[in-house]
Design a protein around this ligand. Structure first.
Ligand SMILES: Nc1ncnc2c1ncn2[C@@H]1O[C@H](COP(=O)(O)OP(=O)(O)OP(=O)(O)O)[C@@H](O)[C@H]1O
Length: 198
């Protein structure tokens, strides 16, 4: 469904990959700091062009207009500073036609809805962001360290949510340093330091 056959990197290559990602599966990407996990995710999502080669969803390049909306990227939490967390849910429920009631309950966000995103903890921000983004339908979801700032209880909830997403037919691709999250993956890709001479 999503495929990459490419050399990736910014100006110099950091990996050369040939991979396929199928719907209904969870793929983990692991490796040391700087190994290229975020670069791979950004290339898969069409935010970064490969140095050589292609990234396709079906037969269409991920950078083609036809691919818009098929892939969602969940990375650093991003909120409007003067808009309450609850208003973010309201705005997205109108524009994306999504009902967030269950998601707000599952992520235990009722008490945070009136607050500004700048006045809650990093873990609370992350929970709110995941509750918003994971509820939106897409064929592929790409997550960069989704466990960031979460305690063990919420990492477990995150694992359940990702499994549910995959069961519903989404291809889930994540980069993580958490063994608890990597354990739920159907396949784990280890990125090693790339030998430029190769
Ligand atoms: N915006 C950028 N411009 C140029 N080079 C970059 C940029 N972002 C990252 N790099 C370089 O690309 C390489 C891979 O970085 P990347 O962020 O993909 O690593 P990572 O595996 O996600 O690391 P971490 O575990 O620290 O998040 C690093 O050597 C880094 O210095």
């Amino acid at each position: 469904m999503l495929s990459i056959c490419a050399k990736i990197g910014y100006s110099t290559p950091i990996a050369e990959l040939e991979l396929n990602f199928n719907k209904g599966k969870i793929y983990g990407i692991c490796g040391a700091n700087g190994a290229g996990k975020s670069t791979l995710l950004r290339t898969l999502a069409g935010e970064l062009y490969p140095l050589e080669g292609t990234v396709k969803i079906g037969d269409v390049s991920v950078t083609d207009l036809k691919s818009v909306g098929k892939i969602i990227t969940i990375s650093t939490p991003d909120f409007y500073p003067d808009v309450s967390i609850g208003e973010h849910f309201k705005i997205l429920s109108k524009t994306g036609k999504v009902n967030f009631a269950d998601s707000i309950q599952r992520w235990n966000l009722e008490e945070l809805l009136r607050k500004s995103p700048n006045k809650v903890s990093s873990g609370q921000q992350q929970r709110s962001f995941l509750a918003l983004q994971l509820e939106i339908h897409s064929e592929v979801v790409v997550l960069d360290e989704p466990e960031r700032h979460l305690d063990a209880f919420w990492i477990d909830i995150l694992a359940q949510e990702l499994k549910k997403k995959a069961t519903n037919g989404t291809a889930v691709i994540l980069a993580s340093h958490s063994q608890d999250i990597l354990n739920i993956c159907d396949e784990v890709i280890h990125l090693e330091k790339y030998d430029i001479a190769s």
